[in-house]
Design a protein around this ligand. Sequence first.
Ligand SMILES: [Zn+2]
Ligand SMILES: [Zn+2]
Length: 359
Amino acid sequence: MTKNMKAAFLVQPGNMKVKEIPIPEPAPGWVRLKVKACGICGSDMHYYKGNYPELESKEIIEKKVLNKIYGHEACGIIDKLGEGVTGLKAGDRVAVIPPVACMKCEYCRVGLFELCRNLEIIGYEYPGGYAEYTTARVSNIYPVPDIISFEEATTLDSLAVGVHAVQLAKITIADRVAILGAGAIGLAIAAVALKAGARDTFITAKHRCQRDLARKIGIKHILDPNEDNIVEKIIAQSESRGVDCVLESVGVSGKVIEFALSILRKGGRIIFTGLFEERLSLSFWDILIKGATITASGAYGMWDLVPEFELAVEMLSNGEFPAKDLVTHTFSLEKINEAFQQKLKPEERSKTIKVAIVF
Ligand SMILES: [Zn+2]
Ligand SMILES: [Zn+2]
């Protein structure tokens, strides 16, 4: 007899509904975990909010967005092994590595898993962690040491995104780096950029709690994006030529890319990780004159021989990322709509960074 579990489905933009469905069975080579915590990421918010400039028609939105179990920042305890799984056992504490690469295409063959032609995500194409149980392929789980709590482990995905962005940015000790936005991903980028040895660091942080965490991480210049003359201040602190690298984590509107260009030195690099809610109009003339390189950083994979998720786990274990402070709010699965609203309510924004569903 199959038992049931509770799982949250996005039934309409802005509305998740908790339903009872059968507990999933792990496929061969997969494991099932009892979910202990699952974070809410920018991409989950994007689908929840209901503004999808990348999707054209109502039919596509219904097919691609609705009636899914989201939640890719999941972690928990292994509860059942699929056929052929060895080296793991029920009771192991693990986190889900959401990108499921095909392991067969030309990108996968050279370890560029984040560019896999057939990339699928646990928490999008596959049911995710806004449920009492979820399943993951064996190569898509990573052990979580006891020193990391499940709540803290919900920040591992953001941290791995930060690791990948810094890899693409090729940050060295010669670089002055500006990070735009101080949400979970901006703060993750900040921590990794410092670890990579950035010569000087700037961050724009709208809210007090973000500025406090940026300070804790060790960012030198913490700026309120609404203060006056912010461009001039950054330029003045970087030998009047601008910063070598801008890592953007704000998204939403094209203004942030214009801002990035305005503080970038000639020949500098911009890496963007943000999700945009409009089609951008940019001055390609400005980009050409600057000789800027603009790179997008979405998922993550390997840094040379090392999985980027492993580097994220290591940073958390070493206390190099204030994950505990980052998770500002937790909610039960039944209150999942409140959890999403926590990130949307204007009066709550200033004290909210990472919100997690806990079980
Ligand atoms: Zn995420
Ligand atoms: Zn592939």
